[in-house]
Design a protein. Structure first.
Length: 263
């Protein structure tokens, strides 16, 4: 008897959370794509004061949205477990506001935070696309692959620049070409030298292995279905069926003649 009100409250809070997520879906999707563009611009060309202020405003909006969802979630631990990558992605930008701390002056720490930011941005973009293209499997995979390619190329340029790494990338176009070849599993002569570049390369390779086969199979299925629906394909199938029927009729006639001769 005492559990019923509690269960009703839990269901009501889950329902409220679901309604809130649907209501925030469109604006958060726009902010997610804007954030992705800002991260790519920062990785490739560096940051300027105006873009930094704009990015901070978007980050604050993400924090407020997550805090409201967390407050409404009836089971906090379960909610955090499902959104652990989002939590990390929200925490990392805070270190940009604490540049005076001594340990943050280390290049290794800054590069590690940048890698986490790239992964978190990819995860947020993935969630935004899933919400908008959930019923278009191939379209979702293609658009997501384009975004991952653009973001991954920016990360590789930041981690493996030609002035710092022998054989590295001299421009964003070079990094974009290399990332595209990696995702299509064709490979390249250059392999990352830095730890962050190798981790990002490994993640991109996993994504390419998992998704590119699906895209290829979808295109192959499309062309097979189109060929099967072509008029000449139907004519050929009809002719084959007519020939098979003629052969069966001739075989029956031969069997009938043989039976008559034996009798």
């Amino acid at each position: 008897m005492n559990d019923t009100p509690r269960e009703n409250e839990v269901e009501e809070r889950w329902s409220t959370l679901h309604d809130l997520e649907e209501w925030l879906q469109a604006p958060m999707m726009v902010l997610s794509f804007a954030w992705l563009v800002l991260v790519i611009v920062e990785l490739v060309w560096g940051t300027i004061r105006l873009l930094e202020v704009f990015g901070t405003a978007i980050w604050v909006a993400f924090i407020v949205e997550f805090a409201i969802r967390f407050a409404l979630a009836p089971r906090k631990t379960s909610f955090l477990r499902r959104n652990w990558l989002t939590v990390i992605a929200l925490v990392v930008p805070a270190f940009r506001l604490l540049r005076g701390l001594r340990f943050l002056k280390l290049a290794r720490a800054a590069r590690g935070f940048r890698l986490v930011r790239i992964v978190g941005t990819a995860n947020r973009g993935m969630n935004a696309l899933r919400a908008s293209l959930s019923r278009r499997g191939l379209g979702y995979a293609i658009v997501l692959t384009v975004l991952i390619t653009l973001l991954g190329a920016g990360g590789m340029l930041a981690f493996e620049p030609a002035p710092e790494v022998q054989g590295g990338f001299a421009s964003y176009a070079d990094a974009l070409w290399w990332t595209g070849m990696l995702l299509t599993t064709m490979g390249s002569e250059f392999w990352p030298r830095s730890l962050e570049g190798r981790i990002l390369c490994f993640l991109l390779s996993l994504y390419g292995f998992a998704v590119f086969g699906y895209i290829t199979a979808s295109f192959a299925s499309f062309f097979v279905e189109r060929d099967a629906a072509a008029p000449e394909a139907e004519t050929a199938s009809g002719a084959d069926l007519a020939a098979l029927r003629a052969e069966i009729a001739a075989l029956r006639a031969d069997l009938a003649r043989d039976k008559g001769s034996h009798s």
